[in-house]
Design a protein around this ligand. Structure first.
Ligand code: HEC
Length: 136
């Protein structure tokens, strides 16, 4: 009985350490892609190229999801706060989707406002979760 408990404990510990040692490289690649698209978006808005702004915003709004394994790992690690994580993600998606529409409609002011909103989504999530998910 005692041995079994010990074994369970050991399994739990091993599982815990592999869970915390996961390399979320797919997720990080996605972030780098987002950063590229985001700087293209910014440059396009600053130079007044609304077609390119629409394209870049669209690329962000429809980015590939990170690998399933990594998503699971992140959700498990965040527990209840996973909901908040998803909200930040949603904020970026919603804002860039609407931004693409505003840029297509040549609504410069609206596009700029939505740009701010999207950026707040990036910063919001980083501020709250980046340290927690960073590898030890
Ligand atoms: C839902 C949460 C969330 C949102 C939204 C988010 N990020 Fe991130 N981002 C993270 C986390 C977590 C990390 C840290 C990953 C790590 O270091 O393991 C990160 C890391 C990064 C990195 C560093 C990647 C590297 O090579 O280490 C960049 C660049 C980045 N994000 C850009 C962006 C941009 C641009 C946006 C908005 C368009 C954005 N992120 C939106 C969670 C988010």
């Amino acid at each position: 009985m005692k041995n079994r408990l010990l074994l369970l404990l050991l399994l739990f510990l091993c599982w815990g350490s592999t869970a915390s040692a996961m390399e979320i490289s797919g997720f990080k690649n996605l972030m780098r892609q987002l950063q590229q698209d985001f700087s293209t978006l910014q440059a396009a808005l600053l130079s007044g190229d609304l077609n390119q702004a629409a394209q870049a915003a669209d690329a962000i709004a429809h980015h590939q999801p990170p690998p399933l394994e990594e998503r699971k790992w992140i959700m498990t690690r965040l527990g209840k706060q996973a909901l908040k994580f998803k909200e930040w993600d949603q904020q970026v998606h919603q804002a860039t989707k609407r931004l693409a529409e505003a840029a297509q409609a040549k609504d410069r002011k609206k596009a700029q406002e939505l740009y701010q909103q999207a950026l707040q989504g990036c910063f919001g999530c980083h501020h709250q979760f980046r340290k927690r998910l960073r590898q030890p």
